[in-house]
Design a protein around this ligand. Structure first.
Ligand SMILES: Nc1ncnc2c1ncn2[C@@H]1O[C@H](COP(=O)(O)OP(=O)(O)O)[C@@H](O)[C@H]1O
Ligand SMILES: [Mg+2]
Length: 231
């Protein structure tokens, strides 16, 4: 479904991502792990087209999307929740969600009811300003906005970061329900080893910009964790 081949990316003179090959299959939950600063967010931005890779190819459903701008990637069915959420604080919850619809392929016009089954708290808060929501509610809003357009691949960059434990469980439950339905594939940047191994089908460990380890999530070994993930 998503296939990265030999991706190199960075900022200005500095190269951050080197020779990365990565695949996500339909319905799969893939976890991207690695210490702070190794390039996880840079790789997510490259997939979404927010930054342009220096070389390599990105294909989605066997189509090369490397030259597509971010909005066209979104229309192709890729949803993206950047690290640190980035909702519009001055807009209402409803307006934030409607902006997510703009990316919908085939021009979906109405917010799907199922969205509020997944995020009941947002239904109650439709007319509040995004900025007045708690951190955890803003994260739910950011995920709901990405889901509003009906993506087939969801990119989630550290969705649990800086969120209180009770909401972490709610967000975990959302990812678990996505996994149960198997209609949306997820590429998840996640630091919690416990959650990653409990939910992911497959994992990649990024270390200094290259893939240092990968495999079935159930086989993520203590040794790999010690070598690549502990500070
Ligand atoms: N906008 C930017 N301009 C220049 N350098 C950046 C920018 N964003 C990130 N970097 C650098 O790229 C490297 C990887 O960052 P990032 O992809 O955010 O890592 P991670 O998400 O794994 O913590 C870091 O050295 C960081 O300082
Ligand atoms: Mg990051």
């Amino acid at each position: 479904m998503l296939n990265l081949q030999k991706i190199e990316a960075g900022y200005g003179e500095s190269m951050v991502i080197r020779n990365v090959n990565l695949q996500v299959k339909p319905g799969q939950i893939v976890c991207l792990m690695g210490r702070n600063g190794v390039g996880k967010s840079t790789l997510m931005k490259s997939i979404m087209g927010v930054i342009k890779p220096r070389s390599g190819s990105i294909s989605y459903h066997d189509r090369d999307i490397s030259s597509f701008p971010p909005d066209r990637r979104a229309k192709s069915g890729i949803g993206y929740v950047p690290q640190g959420r980035e909702i519009f604080p001055q807009l209402s919850v409803e307006e934030n969600l409607l902006l997510g619809l703009e990316a919908a392929a085939g021009g979906r016009k109405k917010l799907p009811d199922s969205l509020f089954d997944t995020f009941p708290v947002l239904r109650q808060m439709l007319h509040r300003k995004g900025g007045d929501l708690s951190g955890g509610q803003q994260q739910q809003l950011a995920i709901a906005r990405a889901l509003a357009s009906g993506p087939k691949l969801l990119l989630l960059d550290e969705p649990m970061e800086g969120i209180q434990p009770s909401i972490v469980m709610e967000i975990e439950a959302i990812i678990e329900s996505i996994k149960r339905n198997r209609e949306i594939a997820v590429l998840l940047v996640e630091q919690s080893l416990e959650f990653a191994t409990s939910i992911a089908d497959y994992y990649y460990v990024l270390d200094r910009g290259t893939i240092a380890a990968e495999g079935e999530a159930e086989h993520l070994s203590e040794e790999q964790v010690r070598k690549h993930l502990t500070v």
